[in-house]
Design a protein around this ligand. Structure first.
Ligand SMILES: Cc1cc2nc3c(=O)[nH]c(=O)nc-3n(C[C@H](O)[C@H](O)[C@H](O)COP(=O)(O)OP(=O)(O)OC[C@H]3O[C@@H](n4cnc5c(N)ncnc54)[C@H](O)[C@@H]3O)c2cc1C
Length: 434
C-alpha cells in the first residue's frame, strides 16, 4: 500500500510530516517549537504527536506534588549527571531557564520563585502548565493523537513507518521522526523504556546501565531504627563515600524517615550517586551528618562546655526530639546525662553518630517510585546543536530518553524544554534547507 506522509494509512497527502512519539514535556515542547519555527519560515508542515497514554501529560500533572516545578531560577550543567557537562551546557544555553519563564508567561502561565530557587506556576496547579501546552499545540495545529502506542518503527528509505502496538489503530508514516518516549521512571504513565528499543533499531546504543534516579532508599535490617522514626524530617548533609573513604557526592537538603527507610529531596538527590558508586564498589557507603554542617571539633567543645545542661537539652535546639533520642541510643549515651558527666569516649561516640552516621541500604525502591532515569541513549550520539541523530537520517531524540538526569528542583523539566526546543527549531530549519 502506498504510504501517505503524516496521515494515518489510507489518506493521500503529499505534505512532509513530522511525528513525535511521546507527548510528555519534551514531546509537547518539540511540537510547539517545530510549528512555531515552521510558521516563521512560511512552511506548511504537518506535526503529529502520538502518545500511548489515555491521558496526556501524566508526569506533568504529578510533578512537584501536583504543583509542577517547571524550572529552577538558575540552571547549570553541574546540576545534571550522565552525559558530558559541556554537551549538556550547549543544549541548555540554546533555550535557558529565563526563556522558559518567558515562554510560559506568554502562554499565560506566570511562574513564581520559591526560597529553594524552584519555579512553580503562581496557580500552584500543574494542570495550568499542561493545559497551556496542549492549548498551544491546538492553536498551532499540532495534532495530538492518544491513546496511540507505537509498537514498532521501520525505516522506509525516505522516512519512517510507525506501527501501533495494537490493531485498533492504523500505522502512520512520516519523513521526520522524534523519539520523546522518556525513560523508565514511573512506568504506569507509559514511559517504560520502549524508546530504547526504537533507538537501537536505528543504530543507537543505550548505556550499559539504566537505573532509577531521584529514588527513595530502603534501609537494611541492620538499621531498622531509621524506619521507627517514620515521619521525622531534618535538614542534613548526606554523602556517598567510596570504600577508601573518598567523598564522591554530597547534598545538603531535607531528609525524611519513612516506614521503609529514607526519602526527601536530599535522599532523592544522592540516590543516583549512591547506586552508581555501589555498583562499582561494594564498600561504598551512605553517610549522614544529621546536623547539616556540624563539625567534630566544634561539637566536642560545645559538649565539654555543657555543664549541668543535659545532652537531650543540647540536642533539642538542633534536632527533632525523637530523632535526638534515637541517635543517643545508637551512640550508647543516655540523653539525660548532664554535660559534666559525659566521658570523652561518649562524647566521641555521640559526635560520630551525629556527624558521620553510616546507614546501610538494602536497595532502592525501583522505577515505580523513581522520578527520573539515569542512563539512556548517550548524548554524544546526537548533535547537540540540533538534537538530531548522528547515526540515522531524519531522526531526533529529546528529553529523558537521553543519558541526562538532573537533580531535584525543576532541572529535569528544563532539560525537556531545552532539548525539545532545539529539536523543534532544527526540524524546521532542515525543512527549509530542502
Ligand atoms: C513523580 C514525579 C515527579 C516529578 N517532578 C518533577 C518536577 O517537579 N520537576 C522536574 O523538573 N521534573 C520532575 N520530574 C521528572 C520529569 O517529569 C521528567 O524528567 C520529564 O517529564 C521527562 O519528560 P519526557 O517528555 O522526556 O518524558 P515523559 O514525561 O516520560 O514522557 C514520555 C511520553 O512518551 C509516551 N510513550 C512512551 N513510550 C511510548 C510509545 N511506545 N508510544 C507512544 N507513546 C509512548 C509516554 O506515554 C509519555 O507520555 C518528576 C517525575 C516524576 C515521576
Amino acid at each position: 500500500m502506498p504510504l501517505s506522509h503524516g496521515q494515518f494509512f489510507g489518506v493521500q497527502d503529499s505534505e512532509q510530516a513530522t511525528v513525535i512519539v511521546g507527548g510528555g514535556a519534551a514531546g509537547l515542547m518539540c511540537g510547539i517549537m517545530t510549528a512555531r519555527a515552521c510558521a516563521q519560515l512560511g512552511l506548511n508542515h504537518r506535526i503529529t504527536i502520538v502518545d500511548g497514554a489515555k491521558k496526556i501529560g501524566a508526569k506533568i500533572l504529578v510533578a512537584g506534588g501536583g504543583r509542577c516545578n517547571v524550572t529552577h531560577h538558575k540552571v547549570l550543567p553541574k546540576d545534571y549527571a550522565g552525559a558530558s557537562r559541556n554537551a549538556i551546557k550547549r543544549v541548555l544555553k540554546a533555550f535557558n531557564e529565563q526563556e522558559t519563564i518567558k515562554f510560559f508567561e506568554e502562554l499565560g502561565v506566570v511562574l513564581k520563585q520559591e526560597d529553594t530557587g524552584k519555579m512553580f506556576p503562581v496557580t500552584d496547579s500543574a494542570q495550568t502548565v499542561l493545559s497551556a501546552l496542549v492549548n498551544e499545540c491546538d492553536r498551532l495545529g499540532v495534532k495530538i493523537v492518544n491513546p496511540w502506542r507505537a509498537g514498532s518503527i521501520e525505516s522506509d528509505g525516505d522516512g519512517f513507518v510507525i506501527h501501533p502496538s495494537d490493531d485498533r489503530n492504523t500505522s502512520i508514516a512520516c519523513d521526520r521522526l522524534v523519539l520523546a518516549t522518556g525513560g523508565m521512571a514511573l512506568p504506569r504513565t507509559g514511559s517504560d523504556g520502549a524508546g530504547y528499543r526504537f533507538a537501537k533499531k536505528f543504530g543507537h546504543s543505550v548505556t550499559d546501565r539504566v537505573f532509577p534516579s531521584l529514588v527513595p532508599l530502603v534501609v537494611d535490617k541492620s538499621d531498622t531504627w531509621v524506619k521507627e522514626l517514620s515521619g521525622i524530617s531534618a535538614r542534613v548533609t548526606i554523602e556517598v563515600r567510596s570504600g577508601t573513604g573518598k567523598r564522591l557526592a554530597s547534598f545538603n537538603n531535607e531528609l525524611l524517615c519513612t516506614h521503609f527507610g529514607l526519602s526527601g529531596p536530599g535522599v532523592l538527590d544522592i540516590s543516583r550517586w549512591y547506586l552508581d558508586a555501589k555498583h562499582n564498589d561494594a564498600d561504598a557507603a551512605l553517610i549522614i551528618n544529621w546536623l547539616g554542617d556540624g563539625r567534630f571539633d566544634e561539637l566536642d567543645q560545645d559538649l565539654q562546655q555543657l555543664g549541668k545542661r543535659t545532652v537531650a537539652g543540647w540536642l533539642r535546639d538542633q534536632l527533632p526530639e525523637r530523632l535526638a533520642k534515637s541517635l543517643c541510643e545508637q551512640a550508647d549515651v543516655d540523653p539525660s546525662t548532664p554535660g559534666h558527666a559525659i566521658t570523652r569516649e561518649q562524647r566521641r561516640s555521640l559526635i560520630r553518630i551525629l556527624t558521620e552516621c553510616p546507614i546501610a541500604i538494602e536497595r532502592d525502591r525501583g522505577f515505580t517510585f523513581a522520578e527520573v532515569t539515569a542512563g539512556g541513549v548517550p548524548l554524544s550520539e546526537v548533535t547537540t546543536s540540533t538534537m538530531q541523530s548522528r547515526v540515522c537520517d531524519h531522526l531526533w531524540m529529546i528529553g529523558e530518553i537521553l543519558d541526562v538526569d538532573g537533580r531535584i528542583g525543576g532541572f529535569n523539566f528544563q532539560w525537556a524544554w531545552s532539548s525539545g526546543t532545539v529539536a523543534g527549531r532544527a526540524i524546521a530549519a532542515s525543512l527549509s534547507a530542502g
